[in-house]
Structure formats: structure tokens, C-alpha cells
Design a protein around this ligand. Sequence first.
Ligand code: ADP
Ligand code: ASP
Ligand code: MG
Length: 412
Amino acid sequence: MALIVKKFGGSSVATAEKIMNVAKRVLDEKQPGDKIVMVVSAMGDTTDDLIHLAQGITKDPYQYTREMDMLLTTGEQVSISLLAMAFKTLGAPAVSLTGSMAGMQTNDVHTKGRIVGIRPKRVHEELDKGNIVVVAGFQGADAAGDPVTLGRGGSDTSAVALAGALGADTCEIYTDVEGIYSADPRIEPNARKMKEITYYEMLEMARLGAGVMQPRSVEMGKHFGIPIHVRSTFTNKPGTIIREEYTMEEKDFIIRGVAHDEKVAKIAVLGIPNTPGIAHEIFSALAEANIDVDMIVQSIRNIEKNVTDMVFTVATDDLGQAKKVVDKVADKLNAIAVLIEEDVAKVSIVGAGMLGNPGIAARMFGALSRAEINIDIISTSEISISCLIKGAELKKAVNAIHAEFFPENSQV
Ligand code: ADP
Ligand code: ASP
Ligand code: MG
């Protein structure tokens, strides 16, 4: 007898037939006495479709974040009701709950909400009645009761947080790939499936664009000490376990994976005074608007005139709002110009083993150079190195770097 949280992503519940298949599989695998909590995403591309719908009303719907949340939470409401019906038609008692009904409490930062507490009283009650409980991912409610979404890919975080709050025995993330790979298998044909990866390395992979898990969900897993099993909806093969420590041979890897992110944009504020407080002026304005800034470079433009340029990247989804904020500050600072470049992408390598292994950066840059790819900006963390490159060269870059660190007949 176990308490299991199972999360199914959008492609796993994209059609009525797929929803029926999910329900059948869950019932087939259920052991007598098991308590099952399902967390589901919106069907297929529903969330993207809803965003496009809003773009028919205004070019930048994210200026109305509360209304976006009201709109986007409907996607998951459709899939929970259909999945609960699917269980019922198969003879299994089930009930659907919105995030708020399941006790997901968030702050009030619409479209980028954070879970601040979980009171899963209703979930426990429904489980005790013998129901399979189907919870809407990606959503909760703030103190005023308004719907708040948790950022793209947020159903992963709903599932892991709920598993933690319920004290679940396992948290399984079912998706359209068989686990976590050394690179996105959609663009790297030689990507290798991992048996295990640590929270530490997975968090860095996710933060740098490996969209298979939302970064916050990995933090939640670490916080609650819950191992997360990422596996396929469509096969029974074992997937990848995200946990605190390696238990197998995989600990010897220097580089764990190559991550990429196409959804970045570069902003350059040119010709601003090179005096104390300028960086604070720009980045505090962005922080106030809840915009995360990633790679930052300040360069000396003209020492005699004491002016400088500030170049940084933001997520494409934030570009509209970021531009508004930066234009205002640039005006105030008498900047010469604000340039935006959208055809950029970030490619990164991640691995705890690079600590104490000099030469890793040189190997990454060598692979890019042999592929004739120019590097625009470089940034590093303790366990990662990232390069900003032209968007059109992203696949070539991932393939070249992957071949460098994971040659075809080397050991897994
Ligand atoms: P879901 O709808 O199930 O949440 P997502 O599309 O959010 O699925 O995440 C799964 C996708 O993540 C895969 O289809 C794959 O293209 C992408 N992905 C990116 N990096 C990786 C990686 N390192 N390993 C596995 N999948 C990855
Ligand atoms: N439906 C939401 C999204 O597309 C949440 C998720 O799928 O995890 O981002
Ligand atoms: Mg996802």
C-alpha cells in the first residue's frame, strides 16, 4: 500500500483517447490499497493556444497578468474533469480538484507564482473516501482567492510540491520522452538516457533550458527529499531518478549534459554613464517588474568620455515588459540607444565533475570553433558554462558540444 503522485504532461493527455489510455494504465498498475493522486497539465498545446487567443486582443497580453491567469487556468480545468470522467467510466471512483481546492496557496505574482503553502486537507479526505484524486497542475490561488499560475511547465512543481506535502512514497513524472537525457533527444540523436541525476545537476540543467522539468520542481524535490522518477507515458521502461546522491557508476561523469534555451533575447543599453549606481538603476527596475535577468556583460565603450554599454539577456516571454522598463531607464540615463536581438540562443554544459577539472571550458569553445560558431557572451557557474550564440546555429552547437563530451562509442 503506497501513496503515489503521478503527473502527466500535456502531450500525455492531448486527446480523449490518450486520456482514456492514461486512466487504463494507472488502474492496471494500481496495487490494492494504493492511494493515487494525479496531477495533470492542459491538453496538448492548449496553453499556447490560449496565449495566442489573448494575443488576438492585445499584442502584449502579459501586461494583464491577472487576466492571463484567469485564462490559462482553464486549460488544466478541462483535462482534470475529463480524466476524472475517464476513471469513472472504467469503474474507478475519482474526483477532480482545481489547484486551489487541493490547497495550493501561492503568492500574488500572477503568471510567475510561487507556492507559499499547501493545505491538502481536501485531498486527504477524498483519498480516504476511496477516490483517485485528479488535481489541476500549474495553478493555485493567492490570499485573495484569485487564480495564480506557476510559470510555464509549472505542473511539474505542483506534482512534486503536493507529493512533499502529502508525504507521498513516490512522485512519478510521465512525459513524452523516456527520462532525462544528456541533451534534448529531439535535437541530439545520440543523446543518452541517464539512470540517475542529482537534484543539484538537474536543477542546473533545468535552469539552463532543459524543459523536461521546471527548475522549481527540482528545488521542491530537494527540499522535501522526494526522489522524482521521470519516465515515459507511452512505454513501461524505467526512466531517470532525480535524487540527492548517485547510487551507481554514473558518479564518474565530468559533464552530465548539454542544455539549450531558444527562448532568450538580448538587450543592449548603449552609451550610459560609467558611474556608480548605474547597474543598480537598470536591474532594480527590472527586478521590480519581476523580470529575471540572466547573462550580464558591462563593457568599456569609451574610457575618455567615461561611458559604457550594458548587455544582458532575458526570457523571450518577458521581452515586451523588459523593453518598456529598460526604455524608461535608458531615457533617464541619456543612453545612446537600446538594441534588442531576438535571434539568439544559449547553449550550456552542466556537470558537478567540472569542479577541479581544468580545460573543460576550452574543450567546449574548441567544439564551437570547429563548427565555426561565434560566441557572443560567455557566463559560468560552479557547475556550468554557457555561451550565447546565433539562434539559427543552436542545433549545430548542441550536436558539436555533445559529440565532444559524449563520443559515440564511449561508456555510458
Ligand atoms: P510535458 O508536457 O510532459 O511536461 P515537456 O514538453 O514540458 O513535457 O518536457 C518534455 C520535453 O523536454 C521533451 O519532449 C524534450 O524535447 C525536452 N527536453 C529538453 N531537454 C531534455 C533532456 N535533457 N532530457 C529529456 N528531455 C528533454
Ligand atoms: N500547461 C502549462 C504549460 O504549458 C503547465 C505545464 O504543462 O506544466 O506551461
Ligand atoms: Mg513540462
